[in-house]
Ligand binder design. Structure first.
Ligand code: BGC
Length: 747
């Protein structure tokens, strides 16, 4: 061992316990530099290399090899999909046998819960409740960090305007403003009181950038968009995550205007690390460095590693391009060593901030891992999040909520392929749930328990999720005929939305819609719950079934949460975070569209206007829509002024009254429209929302404050600016609610 290394290691041993005590003042950059000085070029490249563990795979394995030997040689900086105290400890011990003993980072997709599985992120976004969303991420982090996980590949903050894209389930939907608030909440939740706390994990804003705009909604497809759309629609949630202190970013599989995001210097170096001054590191997506070869952007692995590294990608997930080529590329003068040093500095800095140099095993605690398993408070938070995520789409004649008292001595029929689903409600990205399914509450179980012993409950599956058999119809019809009320649970299977799960047909699969029609023809009062990972198309149900709940994939406590809503223990408050189309032909469909020069007056206006001749322009359900068991009335809007200057604040006020007979939560939404601008602005843009719980009959004044900064957009020089002129302002219960006022922004 050379002298410098020996003295450094002695210094490490002596210095780090002290540093722990002086955590506030320690100079991480200095420590990073001292480690960097000791590293060979191969060890530096090793830090930029991430492999998948052998326990799980979330993409195609590129190659197997002796990973453990490579860890021992300092050729691996991070592992993904290695989870649990036993496995993380085992590999970290091997890292401690390497020359410089640099600890490994363990990353994992903790997308909607680690053990306690929360609703899918799109469902959580439907709650519009940032406190609950933050809490969900906090619990996921606490459970994961106790099991040795340092880093989650979440939140996914991709805007999604195309429900064919399976990954809509992973994000917050179509709107940049809502998406930004959710991004911040989830980053705060994952990172808790800061990196280094043993209940916090590093968050990762992904997929940078524009992955959600894959052409045709087909996963991994190319993206082609103007810089105007990129900056105004797709980048804001990333910027919000960055400003909330997100530790890492992940780039994406797609090309953006012909350049793969992974090799895109504009996105990674100019925007993220340059203009936004992001100090964390960027990890590639799974094999996305290597995929620049089939994209037609790189000749081979060597060329791919040169292009990715020079563009600003710091860590290579699973493609082996860096480990096989990058050192040679540096020696050849193709990649400056300063670029490699910068990447390694960024990675080591996070390892220091996580406290891993102090104690590489600090997140792998058997005791904490045990304590986090099956915690009643976590399950209660999950149930509450699930209740808040449900959206009531229709409730004719106040069919809902059901009353236990009125149902005494009566019969309910529970029908549908998801009614007894156990793991279905976990949805995609829930593979960290162990094989034991006994803790999961099915809809059937939740409803039966809530109904209690005095209500007779019948069950029939009716049909499978996706085949053409009618064999179960008879039994289902029998059950419905014997019942006083029927509740059905239909939808798409949990692995029908998620990564690589794009669909071209968004209707309910198989015979499910026919089953609903057949049951509806019995004339029995019918409630339909739709379980899905994206907006589906179900026009017949929307037109004919009196009560509809959109229940997404709700997680471990789904059955209890559904029962809470059906029986009015929780009054539904969810609002759609995506526009629901009437037909696939309307896609992409989103509320914040431009007006065009020939906007139709209404859905039947076809006179040389921008419309389809065979489809209305209006969606089935608009963005922001969702009902309650109670009703809310909005007063007209009163503005503090009809004109504001650049330094002024405009106050917009409405009185909200709960006019129904239930206590209920309403999400009051504020939209604006800039009527004339240097770049044409959307017909409406969400700029604020407030959630209020009002008792039946209660009234409250809701005030929004807007400054010039809230009225701006990225102009053609990509500068954020507000332009003087006339604005409309809308306050209401969805993006289509019509109450409006006008004001001017003065120069
Ligand atoms: C996904 C990422 C994910 C990664 C690791 C990729 O296929 O696109 O979102 O974090 O795999 O599992």
């Amino acid at each position: 061992m050379n002298k410098t290394l020996l003295s450094f290691l002695v210094a490490l041993v002596v210095a780090f316990p002290l540093c722990r005590l002086q955590a506030q003042t320690r100079d991480v950059d200095h420590q990073v530099d001292s480690v960097l000085q000791l590293m060979t070029l191969d060890e530096k490249v090793g830090q930029m290399n991430q492999y998948n563990g052998n326990w799980d795979a979330t993409g195609p394995i590129t190659e197997t090899g002796d990973i453990q030997d490579q860890i021992r040689k300092g050729m691996v900086g991070s592992m993904l999909n290695v989870t649990g105290v036993e496995h993380t400890t085992e590999l970290q011990k091997i890292a401690m046998q390497s020359r410089l003993k640099i600890p490994l980072l363990f990353g994992q997709d903790i997308i909607h819960g680690y053990r306690t599985t929360f609703p899918i992120p799109l469902a959580e976004a439907a709650s519009w409740n940032m406190t609950a969303i933050e809490q969900s991420a906090r619990i996921a982090a606490t459970e994961a960090a106790a099991a040795g996980v340092h880093w989650t590949f979440a939140p996914m903050v991709d805007i999604a305007r195309d429900p064919r894209w399976g990954r809509v389930m992973e994000g917050a939907g179509e709107d940049p403003f809502l998406g930004s608030r959710v991004a911040e909440a989830r980053v705060r939740g994952f990172q808790g009181n800061g990196l280094g706390h043993t209940d916090a994990v590093m968050a990762c804003a992904k997929h940078f950038a524009a992955y959600g705009a894959a052409i045709g909604g087909r996963d991994y497809n190319s993206v082609d968009m103007s810089l105007n759309t990129l900056w105004n629609i797709y980048l804001p949630p990333f910027r919000a995550a960055e400003q909330a202190g997100v530790a890492t970013f992940m780039n994406s599989f797609n090309t953006l205007n012909g350049i793969p995001a992974t090799g895109n210097a504009y996105l990674q170096t100019d925007v993220l690390k340059g203009r936004w001054k992001f100090t964390g590191f960027i990890v590639s997506d799974w094999n996305s460095v290597g995929e620049m070869i089939p994209h037609g952007y790189a000749r081979d692995g060597y060329d791919a590693s040169v292009k990715a590294a020079n563009a600003g990608n710091d860590m290579d997930m699973e493609s082996r391009s860096y480990i096989l080529n990058l050192a040679r590329a540096v020696r050849d003068g193709q990649v400056p060593v300063t670029r490699v040093d910068d990447a390694v500095r960024r990675i080591l800095k996070k390892k220091f901030e996580m406290g891993l140099f102090d104690d590489p095993f600090r997140y792998s605690s058997r005791v904490r891992e045990q304590q986090q398993w099956n915690r009643a408070d976590h399950l209660a938070a999950e149930r509450s999040m699930a209740e808040k995520s449900i959206v009531l789409l229709k409730n004719e004649h106040q069919l809902l909520p059901l009353s236990r008292d009125q149902l005494k001595g009566h019969t309910i029929a529970l029908i549908g392929p998801f009614m007894k689903g156990i793991r279905d409600n976990l949805g995609f990205w829930s593979y960290t749930w162990p094989d034991d399914s006994s803790r999961i509450i099915s809809p059937y179980e939740g409803i039966r328990r809530m109904a209690g012993p005095d209500v007779n409950v019948l069950y029939a599956r009716g049909c499978n999720v996706d085949d053409s058999s009618l064999a179960g119809f008879g039994e289902a019809l029998d059950a419905a005929r014997k019942a006083d009320i029927v509740i059905m649970d239909v939808g798409e299977a949990p692995d029908w939305s998620g990564e690589a799960k794009s669909r071209s047909n968004l209707h309910l699969p198989g015979m499910q819609e026919q089953l609903v029609r057949a049951i509806s023809e019995t004339g029995k009062p019918l409630i339909v719950m739709i379980s899905a990972g994206r907006p589906l198309i179900f026009n017949w149900i929307a037109d004919h079934v009196p009560a509809i709940l959109y229940t997404w994939w709700l997680g471990t406590e789904a059955g209890d949460a559904m029962a809470d809503v059906l029986f009015g223990k929780y009054n539904p408050s969810g609002k759609l975070p995506m526009t629901f189309p009437r037909s696939e032909g309307q896609i992409p469909i989103y509320y914040n569209h431009l007006n065009t020069g020939r906007p139709p007056k209404n859905d039947s206006d076809l006179n040389y206007v921008s419309s389809y001749i065979d489809l209305p322009n209006s969606p089935r359900y608009p963005f922001g829509f969702g009902l309650s068991y109670t009703t809310f009335s909005y007063s007209t809007i009163s503005l503090s002024s009809d004109a504001i200057g650049p330094g002024d604040t405009l106050r917009a006020r409405v009185t909200l009254t709960n006019t129904g007979s239930f206590d209920g939560t309403e999400t009051v939404q504020l939209y604006i429209r800039d009527l004339v601008a240097s770049i044409v602005q959307p017909v409406r843009v969400l700029r604020g929302f407030r959630q209020l719980l009002l008792k039946a009959g209660q009234q409250e004044i809701v005030t929004f404050s807007l400054t010039a900064a809230d009225l701006g957009f990225y102009n053609d020089r990509l500068e954020y600016a507000s332009e003087p002129g006339a604005f409309q302002l809308f306050i209401g219960n969805s993006s289509e609610d019509a109450r409006q006022a006008s004001f001017r922004l003065r120069p």
